[in-house]
Design a protein. Structure first.
Lengths: 394, 400
C-alpha cells in the first residue's frame, strides 16, 4: 500500500453519510482495479476503450442524476461529485467521459418528452448508448447563446445546418444521439431563440469529423460535428421551442460542481503521487521530504486540496438541500480548477525530471488539469457570474 | 423543470452561515453578536483607531454580554457554547474592530484554558469574573527570544519553601494593562532539560501587582493599533503554590492542546477581515464612479470583487469545517492548520485588493479597509506563522 493511501484525506464528516462513504469506496475500487493500470497508456494513445462504458454504466455513474422511474439512482449531486472526484483521482479522461454522459442523461430527463426519455434513457444510463451535448460552436464557447447553427421549419420537419465544436463523446461506436442546440429565431427578437434537438448521429447530413488531438483528457472522445441539411421530424424537438438553451443553461448550473469535483480529485492525485515519490527519493544525504522547502511545499498542496474539497461539497450540500447555490457553484468551479492547475504544476516540479516524462502519472495530471479552468465556463465566466450574483452589472 | 427554480438566486448576498453546521442557535448567536458589534463598536472604531485609544470603557459592556465566557461552562458563569460559536463571535468582531477583537480573542481563549487546566477551587475563584469581563488574565507564553518554538522556555520558576520564584520575561503579550487586567498566566520552565528535549513547563496564575513585575511600554503596531500589547519582566516574582494552574510540569502539553483549536479562532478572524473588506468594497464600487459609470461595472473591478467573494468562501468553508470537526469530536489538527494557513494568507490578499479598489480613500486611517489591511497582517503570524502551520501539516502527512 502506498504511503499516501494510508492517510485519510477525503473525509468530510458534515458532507458524507455512511452510504456516501461506501459509495466512494466502491468508485475507488473500480478506479484502482479497472482504470489505473492502463490510464497513462490510454492517454498517450488517445484511446477511449469501449469497455469503459460498460464498467461505468454497471457502476451506476451515468444514472446518478436520473430518477429511479427512468432507470437511474435518483441520487444527490454529492454522490455524483464523489464519483467524479474518485475517477479523476485516477483517470481524468474517464471522469470526463462519465461527467458528460451523466450530465446529458440528467438533462435529457429534465427536458425530454416521455417518448424521447423512453427511447434513449435506459440504454444511456446503462452505457449501451452514448450521448453527447452540443452547444459550443467554432465562433466561440463562452457566449453560449450566440448560436449560428440554424434550425428551420420545413413542413412538419426541421432542417438543421451549422457546425459544433469541442463535442465530447460523439465518436465512439456506441455514440447515438446529440442533445444539440440550434438557433430557431429569425433575428428580429429581443431575446435569442435557441431550441434543443435530439439529433441521431446517424441521420443523413451529420458528420462527426476526426477527433481532436488534445493536450489533456486525451482518452476522452472529442470531435467537431457538422450539420448539412439534416432533416429531423417534429418529434426531435427537445423541450420548449425557442427556450431550449435557456432552460438547459438554467438546469445545468449545477454541472459546474462536478468540474470542481474533478479538479479536487486531480489535485488529490497530485498530492498522493508526490507523497509517494518523495518517500523513495534521496538528495544530499537525506530523504527528499526531509528538505524543509520540499516538505512545506507539499503541506501547501495538501492545504490547497482541502480548500478545493470544502468548496465543492459545500456547493453540493446546498444544491442537495434546496438552498441557493449559484454563487457557490461558480466559486467552487473557479477556485478548485485554478487550484488543480497550481497543484499539478508544483507536483511536477517536485517530481523533477519525472514530472516531464509522459509515462509519469503526474505528467498526465498536469496535462489533464489545463482544461479545468476552461470547460463548463472559463474562470473569466465564473468571475462574471460571481460579480453579477452580488448585483454588479458587468 | 422544477430543478431550474433552484438557480434563481441572482442578486443574493454572500452566504455567511454554512447550513451544514449552523443551528438555529448559531444563527441567533451571530445576530446577537453582529447587533452588538454594529451598535457598540462600529460607530467609534475609526476614532479609536486614529487615537490609538484602548477601549477600557467597552469592556464592561462586552463582559455583560458574556462574550469573554463564551466557552466557559455555565456552572462557572460562562455561556457554555461551542467552538463554532466562539469563531462566529470572533469573525463578527474582526469584521469591524480588530483591536477589540484582540481583547476578546485573548480573553475568551484564556477562559477556556483556565477551565481546562485549573483545579475546581481555582475555577470557582477565577472563572465567574473572567467570564463577565470583570477581570482579565493575559496569556504569557511568547518570550523575547522567539515565539514559534514555544517549548524553548527561558523563563524559569524555582521552589522557595512553599512558594515559587519566577524569573524571566514574556513579550508580545495582549491586554496586560486594561482597567481590569488582574493576572497573567505565565508559562515557566520548572525542570531541567533543553531543546530538543523539553524542560518540564508549568503554568502559573500570577497577579499583575506582584512585586518584581515590570510592564513595558505599550507597543505601537502596524495593525490592531488600539489594542494593548507589551512586554512583561519577572524579577524574583514570588507566588504561592496555589498559583500553579493544573499539574506542575504539564503546562506546555496543555497549552499545546490549547493552541491547536485557537488556530481556528484566528482563521475565523481572517474570515471576518475578508467579510469586512467585502462589505466595504461592495459599497465603494457601487457608489464611486469612473469613466462615466460605477467603478463596479468595470470588468477589472468586478472581477476583483469576485475573487474577494471566492476567497471569503474558502476562508469561511475551511474555518467552519474545522469547527465542525472539533465540536463533533473528529480529528481536526490538520484542518486547523490548513484553515489558519490559508485564511490568514487570503485575508492579506483581500485586504490589499480592497485598498486598491478604494483608491486614495483606502489609505486614510479612518477607512475600514485601511484598518483591516493593518489588522490582517498579524493573522499569518499569531498562533503560529505560516512556516509553523506548514511544518504541522507536513508532519500530519508523515513527513518530518
Amino acid at each position: 500500500m502506498s504511503v499516501a493511501s494510508q492517510i485519510a484525506f477525503t473525509d468530510m464528516p458534515w458532507a458524507f453519510d455512511d452510504v456516501q462513504t461506501d459509495w466512494r469506496a466502491s468508485v475507488r475500487a473500480f478506479a484502482e482495479n479497472e482504470l489505473r493500470s492502463g490510464a497513462t497508456d490510454r492517454s498517450l494513445a488517445a484511446e477511449t476503450p469501449d469497455a469503459i462504458f460498460d464498467g461505468l454504466g454497471k457502476l451506476g455513474v451515468f444514472g446518478l442524476r436520473v430518477s429511479q422511474e427512468n432507470g437511474g439512482a435518483g441520487a444527490g449531486l454529492t454522490d455524483l461529485c464523489i464519483a467524479l472526484e474518485e475517477l479523476a483521482r485516477v483517470d481524468s479522461s474517464a471522469a470526463a467521459t462519465a461527467h458528460t454522459q451523466g450530465v446529458v442523461c440528467a438533462l435529457l430527463e429534465a427536458m425530454g418528452s416521455d417518448e424521447q426519455k423512453a427511447a434513449v434513457l435506459p440504454d444511456a444510463v446503462s452505457g449501451k448508448t452514448v450521448l453527447c451535448f452540443a452547444i459550443t460552436e467554432p465562433s466561440g464557447g463562452s457566449d453560449a447563446g450566440d448560436i449560428h447553427t440554424r434550425a428551420v421549419r420545413d413542413g412538419d420537419d426541421w432542417v438543421l445546418n451549422g457546425a459544433k465544436q469541442f463535442i465530447t463523446n460523439p465518436g465512439t461506436p456506441r455514440s447515438k444521439y446529440a442533445l444539440l442546440f440550434a438557433n430557431t429565431g429569425d433575428g428580429s427578437e429581443d431575446r435569442r431563440q435557441v431550441s434543443g434537438f435530439l439529433v441521431p448521429l446517424d441521420a443523413p447530413g451529420v458528420t462527426v469529423a476526426p477527433k481532436y488531438d488534445k493536450l489533456g483528457w486525451r482518452a476522452s472522445d472529442t470531435h467537431p460535428v457538422f450539420l448539412d441539411d439534416v432533416r429531423l421530424p417534429a418529434s426531435a424537438l427537445l423541450g420548449t421551442e425557442h427556450r431550449g438553451l435557456r432552460d438547459a443553461m438554467a438546469f445545468l448550473v449545477w454541472s459546474r460542481l462536478p468540474i470542481a469535483a474533478v479538479s479536487t480529485g486531480l489535485a488529490q492525485a497530485c498530492l498522493e503521487e508526490t507523497l509517494d515519490f518523495v518517500a523513495d527519493r534521496r538528495s544530499f544525504g537525506k530523504g527528499l521530504a526531509e528538505h524543509q522547502a520540499v516538505a512545506f511545499d507539499i503541506a501547501g498542496l495538501a492545504a490547497d486540496v482541502a480548500a478545493a474539497r470544502v468548496l465543492t461539497y459545500d456547493g453540493c450540500y446546498k444544491f442537495d438541500h434546496g438552498i441557493p447555490y449559484l454563487q457557490e457553484a461558480a466559486v467552487a468551479k473557479y477556485m478548485a480548477s485554478e487550484i488543480a492547475n497550481r497543484v499539478a504544476y508544483r507536483a511536477t516540479q517536485l517530481h523533477g525530471g519525472y514530472g516531464f516524462m509522459d509515462d509519469s502519472a503526474v505528467t498526465r495530471h498536469y496535462r489533464d488539469a489545463r482544461i479545468l479552468t476552461i470547460g463548463e465556463g472559463t474562470s473569466e465566466i465564473q468571475q462574471l457570474v460571481i460579480a453579477r450574483s452580488v448585483g454588479l452589472d458587468v | 423543470m422544477s430543478a431550474a427554480a433552484r438557480t434563481a438566486d441572482a442578486g443574493s448576498p454572500v452566504a455567511i452561515n454554512p447550513p451544514w453546521l449552523f443551528t438555529a442557535e448559531h444563527l441567533e448567536w451571530r445576530e446577537k453578536v453582529r447587533d452588538f458589534v454594529d451598535r457598540e463598536l462600529a460607530p467609534t472604531v475609526a476614532e479609536r483607531t486614529v487615537e490609538r485609544h484602548f477601549a477600557d470603557e467597552l469592556i464592561p459592556r462586552i463582559g455583560a454580554e458574556g462574550f469573554f465566557g463564551v466557552r466557559i461552562s455555565e456552572e462557572y458563569g460562562g455561556l457554555g457554547k461551542d467552538l463554532t460559536s466562539q469563531c462566529i463571535m470572533l469573525e463578527e468582531f474582526a469584521r469591524v474592530d480588530g483591536s477589540v477583537c484582540n481583547i476578546i480573542e485573548a480573553g475568551s481563549v484564556v477562559g477556556t484554558l483556565v477551565e481546562a487546566m485549573a483545579s475546581d477551587e481555582q475555577r470557582r475563584g477565577y472563572l465567574p469574573r473572567l467570564a463577565r469581563g470583570e477581570s482579565i488574565a493575559a496569556f504569557g507564553l511568547t518570550e523575547p527570544h522567539g515565539g514559534s518554538d514555544a517549548g524553548n522556555m527561558w523563563t524559569r520558576a524555582r521552589r522557595d519553601g512553599d512558594d515559587w520564584l519566577i524569573d524571566g520575561a514574556k513579550d508580545q503579550i495582549s491586554t496586560l494593562s486594561s482597567a481590569v487586567s488582574e493576572h497573567v498566566i505565565v508559562f515557566a520552565a520548572t525542570g531541567e532539560g533543553k531543546a530538543p528535549e523539553r524542560p518540564a513547563i508549568t503554568a502559573f496564575m500570577v497577579p499583575l501587582d506582584a512585586p518584581g513585575i515590570t510592564l513595558g511600554e505599550r507597543y505601537a503596531k502596524i495593525g490592531w493599533v488600539a489594542s494593548d500589547v507589551r512586554r512583561i519582566d519577572f524579577d524574583g516574582v514570588r507566588v504561592p503554590d496555589s498559583a500553579v494552574l493544573g499539574e506542575p510540569g504539564r503546562g506546555y502539553a496543555d497549552a499545546l492542546n490549547l493552541v491547536t483549536w485557537a488556530r481556528l479562532a484566528i482563521a475565523s478572524m481572517a474570515t471576518g477581515v475578508i467579510q469586512g473588506c467585502l462589505d466595504a468594497t461592495l459599497a465603494t464600487v457601487r457608489e464611486r464612479e469612473s469613466f462615466g459609470r460605477p467603478v463596479g461595472e468595470h470588468q477589472d473591478a468586478a472581477f476583483k470583487v469576485s475573487r474577494i467573494i471566492a476567497k471569503l468562501a474558502v476562508a469561511r468553508g475551511l474555518t467552519y469545517d474545522g469547527c465542525y470537526r472539533f465540536d463533533h469530536g473528529h480529528d481536526y489538527g490538520r484542518q486547523a492548520s490548513v484553515a489558519k494557513l490559508i485564511a490568514a494568507r487570503l485575508a492579506n490578499e483581500v485586504a490589499f485588493d480592497a485598498v486598491e479598489l478604494a483608491g486614495a480613500t483606502g489609505l486614510l486611517e479612518t477607512s475600514a479597509v485601511a484598518r483591516l489591511y493593518g489588522d490582517a497582517r498579524v493573522l499569518t503570524i499569531g498562533e503560529g506563522p505560516e512556516a509553523v502551520q506548514k511544518m504541522l501539516i507536513a508532519r500530519s502527512l508523515g513527513l518530518r
